[in-house]
Write a protein that binds this ligand. Sequence first.
Ligand code: PEP
Length: 251
Amino acid sequence: MKPRKLIAGNWKMNGSLAANEALVRALVQGVGAEGGCDVVLCAPAPYLSQVQSLTANSGIAVGAQDVSAHAQGAYTGEQSSAMLKEFGVRYAIVGHSERRQYHGETDETVAAKTAASLANGLTPIVCVGETLAQREAGQTEEVVKRQLAAVIHVNGHCISEIVVAYEPVWAIGTGKTATPAQAQAVHAVLRAQLHHAASEHAAGIRLLYGGSMNAANAAELLAQPDIDGGLIGGASLKAADFLQIIAAAAR
Ligand code: PEP
């Protein structure tokens, strides 16, 4: 069965108490009328409880942008999945390319963070994607399959509980979107890999596209057979744009 579409906003390191309040109030009002897809806001850690309060009873879920691979202990600066769960957080982005690039996260770290999320009932949004150099070298398929294989290897049949986000690194924050055909081609590869690992559950695993998705291009991307939603950075900070993407997913 086709899963319900999921639109996730990744605010990255943006926001303030005042700006968040204005944005979330507008989204709660706008989504109230919509309701045809799942929506999650991945806010910076200090604002998670603010966003949790503002979205209470709205149907909008809250997500973290990262989670520790460890359960507890001497890991200064990190937040465990149990802590996030206590604050009503339901999703965690794992292995975003900015974490891989600036924080040295490896495929193994990403697999361990996925396991830590699942252990406490958080839904990990596992990011995979190739760089421009890898695409130009014809390595796209090999790279995304390797990244996802590490997660499958550690998490086994539990991967039926994850969300996967295909985010070509060259499309993130650049205004360059993968064409719907380019995105669909990679999503089909990922679906086949999930099918191999999780057989009958694979069709229900949500595969999001991320990389300069916006109000103008969302509908065409979301119409592809293996694109089950979006992970949206820049456009998730503008209520009107984000609501248009949600409306496109709800159609
Ligand atoms: C992202 O940060 O995951 C992302 C897709 O960003 P943008 O939409 O700005 O390209």
